[in-house]
Ligand binder design. Structure first.
Ligand code: ATP
Length: 234
């Protein structure tokens, strides 16, 4: 579905991604794990075309994404839920959700998708008239994911969805990601919560200072000695 080959990227003179190769197959949950600053968010930004690679190719269903504008990437079915949530604080929950279905192909499904995300997140239904900015961190994260689903993604890019959440909410968010995947959405997740994200991943990649140093099934990486030492404190 998504193939990244030899992706190189720099912020000015600072090269942060080095020859990244990464593949996501339809139906999978793929996780990219790594420490702060390893280049996880930057990888997602290259896919959604928020930044432009120096070299390399990114293809999605056979189409070269590096030639597209960001909105065309969304229209192709790739939706990014950004780190730090970035919901619209002055809009209600329902208004935030409706903003998520701005692209033409999603507008016709707007009401059905509102019902669908309210089933996934009953808490949002209870708060549909509340202003986004007044919700708790966990609720804003739910809203950000729900808003992403409103665009009918084929591939959902999730940037650190568990960041800063209390343990119970972290558990809930990972369960929801699994459920969204079961409903047919392919997931590319970047996370610092290495244990939880490897547990739900079909496959995973470990990024260190802008390079892929390991890849394999989520389970095999959970049992990998380097991963245990570097990320799981074992
Ligand atoms: P984090 O979890 O902290 O976001 P990350 O793995 O997602 O970590 P990136 O945000 O992709 O890492 O950052 C990779 C490197 O690029 C870091 O060294 C970071 O300081 C640098 N960087 C990120 N954004 C910019 C920017 N806009 N301008 C310059 N350098 C940047």
């Amino acid at each position: 579905m998504l193939t990244i080959e030899k992706l190189n990227f720099s912020y000015g003179d600072l090269q942060v991604l080095w020859n990244i190769n990464l593949e996501v197959k339809e139906g999978e949950i793929v996780t990219v794990v790594g420490a702060n600053g390893a280049g996880k968010s930057t990888t997602l930004k290259n896919i959604s075309r928020l930044v432009k690679p120096n070299a390399g190719t990114i293809t999605f269903d056979g189409v070269d994404l590096t030639k597209l504008e960001p909105h065309q990437v969304v229209e192709r079915g790739i939706v990014q839920v950004p780190e730090g949530r970035k919901i619209f604080p002055e809009m209600t929950v329902l208004e935030n959700l409706r903003m998520g279905s701005y692209i033409a192909s999603a507008r016709k499904d707007r009401d059905a998708n509102v019902n669908r995300v309210f089933e996934l997140f009953p808490r949002l239904k209870e708060r549909e008239k509340q202003l986004g900015g007044t919700m708790s961190g966990g609720e804003q994260q739910m809203l950000a994911i729900a808003r992403g689903l409103m665009a009918n993604p084929k591939l959902l890019l999730l940037d650190e969805p568990s960041l800063g959440l209390a343990p119970l909410l972290v558990k809930f968010i990972f369960e929801i990601i699994t459920e969204i995947n079961k409903q047919g959405v392919t997931i590319l997740l970047v996370e610092q919560n290495v244990y939880q994200s490897l547990r739900i991943a079909h496959r995973a990649f470990v990024l260190e200072t802008g390079r892929v140093v390991l890849s394999g099934s989520g389970e095999s990486l959970l049992n990998n000695e380097h991963v245990k030492k570097a990320f799981l404190g074992m």
